[in-house]
Design a protein around this ligand. Structure first.
Ligand SMILES: Cc1cc2nc3c(=O)[nH]c(=O)nc-3n(C[C@H](O)[C@H](O)[C@H](O)COP(=O)(O)OP(=O)(O)OC[C@H]3O[C@@H](n4cnc5c(N)ncnc54)[C@H](O)[C@@H]3O)c2cc1C
Length: 358
């Protein structure tokens, strides 16, 4: 059985950043990721017209006060720029009426990452020793044996077992709870807290469209649409600042239950029709379009996340700190952060504040 000082489960931002820190400190570790890709909720669709730009289907924005995220981007040499929000906004109240144009209401004080959030995943992955990262390794069991962690993972249907001194779970609370139910070393209070903590944005879906030109900007529009009809309730400019990649993205407001009654193609067509209804025929001249329904991603969203309306997570680990320290167990996903839980910033904060790194 392979043994390492640390095993990290989950290759989203938290898991990758933890691995990056361990790598810098020369601490032997392994990172196991269930998916065939890294990034977790960070997911980009590569623009065929400009291979250096990925349209964000997960997170897009870095907020001005997200200093840890900005610091990490600078450390990794990744540029970020101000989100384009100049010009007028459209407001859609009904499918049958033209969207109203509202003057100059589009100011947003947000940053976007050059190339998309995928740049952060690529840079962190590049900083790691490739043999320490196992893709397609889904955690199936966790056991505590003689002061060690014994981890079983399924790799393309074949089980493998690994051991570690320290275990870092870089997954959302409800996904962790699925693996810790009925374990005697975890208290009922902590388990129920994990089960009741929503994964931020897990029940959401996002749509992005690529265009050769930013036709909305040329009409004095910011790209922002707010809609009461949907499918998208909020639409924004998804272009880079370099004039080489243009597009729009929207948050789909129709709930997961309604989306599950449609095929992906029907939902994509409904999103495209909404854009044409707001912007006219130029909106049908797209070069590509992409949809990600996070509610059907079993490594992100649980049945409870699908049912609840979206709310910001707040997880209090303080009552369990000593028990977790004694177990050498670390919860490092974004929802466990003290500052900005649920956000990219939270993923970095949760790692930095874990008992292992403090
Ligand atoms: C649509 C959307 C929009 C968002 N917008 C923003 C935004 O604009 N700004 C912002 O700051 N944040 C935003 N967020 C939130 C941001 O994406 C998250 O805070 C951040 O990516 C969480 O990182 P994480 O590593 O903690 O968790 P995750 O990214 O969820 O990573 C968990 C990882 O664990 C893996 N995993 C799960 N189960 C197993 C298993 N059994 N075995 C092995 N691996 C497993 C998963 O595959 C995944 O890779 C958004 C999220 C979504 C979905």
């Amino acid at each position: 059985m392979k043994h390492k000082s640390v095993i990290i489960i989950g290759g989203g931002l938290a898991g990758l950043y933890a691995a990056h820190r361990l790598e810098q400190q020369n601490i032997p570790y392994l990172l196991l990721e269930a998916n065939s890709r890294l990034g977790g909720r960070i997911l980009g669709a590569q623009n065929k017209q400009n291979s250096g730009h990925y349209f964000d289907l997960g997170p897009t924005w870095v907020f001005p006060h997200h200093q840890k995220t900005q610091g990490l981007l600078k450390q990794l040499g990744i540029e970020f720029f101000e989100h384009y929000a100049k010009g007028d906004v459209l407001y859609q109240t009904s499918e049958n009426q033209a969207a109203q144009r509202i003057k100059g209401a589009g100011e947003l004080d947000l940053f976007k990452i050059q190339g998309g959030c995928q740049s952060l995943v690529t840079a962190l992955h590049t900083s790691l020793e490739p043999n320490n990262v196992f893709l397609n390794h889904e955690l199936t069991n966790i056991e505590r044996c003689k002061n060690l962690w014994e981890i079983t993972a399924s790799h393309k249907g074949v089980e493998c077992t690994l051991s570690a001194d320290e275990l870092m779970l870089a997954m959302p609370p409800r996904i962790i709870a699925q693996h810790l139910a009925e374990k005697q070393w975890i208290s009922d209070v902590l388990l129920s807290q994990l089960q009741n903590s929503q994964t931020w944005m897990a029940g959401q879906a996002k749509f992005a469209v690529a265009y050769a030109t930013p036709f909305w900007r040329e009409q004095g529009l910011s790209g922002q649409i707010f809609s009461q009809t949907g499918p998208m309730v909020e639409i924004h400019d998804a272009s880079t600042d370099t004039d080489r990649s243009h597009g729009l993205f929207g948050f789909i407001g129709w709930p997961a239950s309604r989306r599950s009654q449609m095929t992906q193609q029907q939902l994509k067509q409904a999103c495209l029709a909404q854009l044409v209804s707001c912007y006219g025929p130029l909106a049908s001249d797209f070069t590509d379009y992409y949809l990600k329904d996070w509610a059907s991603d079993r490594f992100t969203c649980t049945a409870s996340d699908k049912l609840e309306s979206s709310r910001h997570p707040s997880f209090t680990l303080s009552n369990h700190k000593q028990a977790l320290r004694d177990l050498h167990l670390h919860f490092i996903g974004s929802e466990f952060a003290t500052v900005d839980p649920g956000y990219l910033e939270g993923a970095i904060d949760a790692v930095d504040r874990s008992a292992y790194f403090t």
